[in-house]
Design a protein. Structure first.
Length: 300
């Protein structure tokens, strides 16, 4: 059942929306109602809803402000904006704020509401697919290099602003060229997909995993010091090596990886130098025999 959030400070208006939903031609929906700005925003940010019907007037604040605040917090839930005003200005402002459609309350019918909701859901899916193509590595599903650069810069700014540490782990699969040369590129792809899954499985939800090169991965670890980052790197290395990776042709291959670890502000003062410090530690790990994690500065 598709969950829809209605944010409206008028109970009678919510009841009317409920009645409209009962007259929809297709689909099964579950409605949840919030009558305040604060409660509505909190529910919207859970990401538990397929779409949101949002009223313009919400006490002392308005729905336009809520849309902007939700977007700034990372919400991607499609929003249909509802208002008693028919001003073109409100229409434009709603779309510019991020609403996917706009309805005037006095003109809403079951048919128009259903059409608008289906449009918002479909467009929301399309935008999410495009967003994923732009930010995700096609093979592993992890962040791609461009999104990694953006997130690292964003987290660097946040760490500096709040005085928090920020750690970076660079992981490289050992002797990966041999995999492609001996088993072919389909086998190499299978190794990259599974290694990426194992590496991403060791981090928290607030951290980020990316594929930043051919066989090179990165972990962005927020509010994590050098010791904590080294522990995460060791767990990632252990996960990669814990059991052979199935190649899809009935064969399996044992794979290992090496990692370099660096932290802001101890090992570097900005993101570019942080990467350089972690990358240098990675090369130390390779030189020391591979299948290990090394801190910036050479400490194993």
């Amino acid at each position: 059942m598709t969950r829809i959030l209605v944010i409206d400070d008028d109970r009678l208006q919510f009841r009317l929306v409920q009645q409209h939903f009962k007259n929809f031609q297709r689909g099964a929906y579950e409605l949840d109602w919030s009558e305040t700005y604060e409660d509505g925003l909190a529910k919207l940010l859970t990401g538990a809803y397929a779409a949101c019907l949002l009223d313009y007037r919400l006490g002392e604040r308005d729905g336009l402000q809520l849309i902007r605040e939700a977007a700034d917090a990372g919400s991607r839930t499609p929003i249909v904006f509802l208002t008693a005003e028919s001003s073109d200005n409100i229409d434009i402002q709603a779309m510019e704020a991020g609403a996917l459609d706009y309805l005037v309350k006095g003109e809403i019918s079951p048919r128009s509401l259903e059409r608008s909701l289906r449009y918002a859901l479909k467009l929301g899916d399309t935008l999410e697919a495009l967003r994923r193509l732009a930010t995700r590595d096609e093979l592993t599903g992890l962040l791609n290099r461009r999104e990694y650069d953006r997130v690292l810069a964003e987290e660097e700014d946040r760490a500096e602003r709040f005085g928090n540490s920020l750690a970076l782990v660079i992981i490289d699969l050992d002797r990966f060229k041999v995999v492609n040369d001996m088993h072919g590129h389909p086998a190499g792809d299978a190794v990259l997909r599974e290694a990426g899954r194992r590496i991403a499985g060791v981090i928290r939800t607030v951290d980020r995993a990316a594929r930043i090169g051919g066989e090179e991965f990165a972990l962005i670890l927020v509010q994590t010091d050098r010791a904590g980052a080294l522990e995460v790197a060791r767990r990632a290395i252990a996960e990669v090596a814990k059991e052979p990776i199935k190649l899809g042709d009935g064969h399996s291959l044992s794979v290992t990886a090496s990692a370099g670890v660096a932290e802001l502000p101890t090992d570097a003062r900005e993101a570019g130098k942080l990467f350089a410090a972690a990358d240098k530690a990675l090369y130390v790990a390779k030189a020391q025999g591979r299948n290990r994690a090394v801190l910036a500065g050479g400490a194993p």
